[in-house]
Design a protein around this ligand. Sequence first.
Ligand SMILES: [Zn+2]
Length: 241
Amino acid sequence: MAFCKLCNKENKLVDSHIFPEFMYTPMYDENHQFKILTTESSDITKESRKGIYEKLFCKKCDNEIIGKYEDHAAKVMFGDGKKEIEIKKTKIGLLIRGIDYTLFKLFQISLLWRASISSRPEIKRISLGPHAEKMRKMLFTEDPGEVYEYGVVIYLFPQSSKNMKDLIVSPELSEKRVDGNRIYRAIFNGLFWTYFISNHTQNYTFKEHFLSKEGALPIINSGEFGERYIFQLAKDLLKKT
Ligand SMILES: [Zn+2]
């Protein structure tokens, strides 16, 4: 018996993923196509169990709360076969529509939060301070907050994303601030995720880059400049790990 990190109740804890298995699966196929509209997600279950586990949550929290966020996120990333999730090209990159704001936003938050409570050696130590408890409450009560609260901007790097497609880099604090906001950065599925963690993110200039309440999520093409940046970043990150 131990305390579940999500509901804080004493219970038997189960092996929970820090990052769900599908996060290790490339979102691109060999032709660099986004896999989002395909129904190939069934292949994922055939692979051996991937990832890092830790006894963090009781069965109920793991299955019914975290599991619900993960199920929706898997559909957003790999399609659900019903075409409820749409993706189209835009001037700035891609736009995914048909997302459930509450479920996907909380999924995004759960990745950073889980990294912060993990004690596994593979996960970088990060301290979210008072934000950790705020996030726990949001996750437990299924409250996704405002668009800018713990908003995430996701970048795509046309070349590097392919090379890094099954690379996961656990979140770490960026030395640079953006508009005065603390940024945690991570690589999931070859995409570069930047988390805005502060109390004044409502002033961020590009709030339209966050997941919207209408369920639209831009994936921003970083272009050539970003390509060079991500290449260097990936090299730095790999050196550290
Ligand atoms: Zn629990």
